[in-house]
Write a protein that binds this ligand. Sequence first.
Ligand code: SF4
Length: 288
Amino acid sequence: MIKVEIDPRSGFCGGVIRAIGKAEQYLENQPRLYSLGEMVHNEAELERLGAKGLISLQHEDMARLPAGEALLIRAHGEPPATYAKASGLGLNIIDCTCPVVLRLQESILEAHRRLEGSGTIVIFGKIGHAEVLGLVGQVGGDAVVVENAAQLKEHLRKGDIKAPVELFSQTTMNPAEYEEICNYLISKGIALNAHNTICRQVADRHRLLADFAKGHDVIVFVSGSLSSNGRVLFELCRSVNSRTYMAGTVADIDASWFRPGDSVGVCGATSTPKWLLEEVARHISTLS
Ligand code: SF4
């Protein structure tokens, strides 16, 4: 008999719930809504929203939309250039940027003004990630993005980073790695103004998810393959529980992962819908 428990804290974060709610509300009265980039990094949820009329498109496709169409900006946010382009094309923006990301964008802009060209904005984040592009776009690209301490050291060695440093983080990064970056800058005596901008919901989840993963024999981590937060949280689970497996949907579940009597924890990223966690948990229960 396999015992299955769903992590009560897994499921969409507030920013994603808000964005999906706005999209669904719009689609109640309209046949379609274009989303700039995928609304949420979860294929199963995208399929559900697609059936209601949500269509994902990329930046290069914007110019093909007729004026007057609605364009959704997702929770990750966008740089100012995107707003300018959409407004030039006569598109109606439905702005679903998460309020936490909006505050972060504003803080970066303020820090950039404060520096007056005499220091460096450093962003700990994933190069090319939509949220990071939105952050860097606030300051016209005048920021250094590092994905880890090794990249920070390399930029310091090449002289790309000048003191004082205003340090920010993409909202979904690993708090322990952020601290490592801070500590390295401090150890080098670099004047630092560190803004820990990791989203509280994400930071709390790191701590509580590790406890959840330790408390079960097997962890099934449910996430879309494109979710950056999903990869970070999956690795976190695997670091404390070697029997951690990733599944996008029920179809990825392999019965050989489980042994009789196992206690199985089902959890997911901030982009994993609750209904999918429940579906996966139900399926695992039928395997015993
Ligand atoms: S993880 Fe936090 S900052 Fe990012 S969208 Fe969700 S609530 Fe907003």
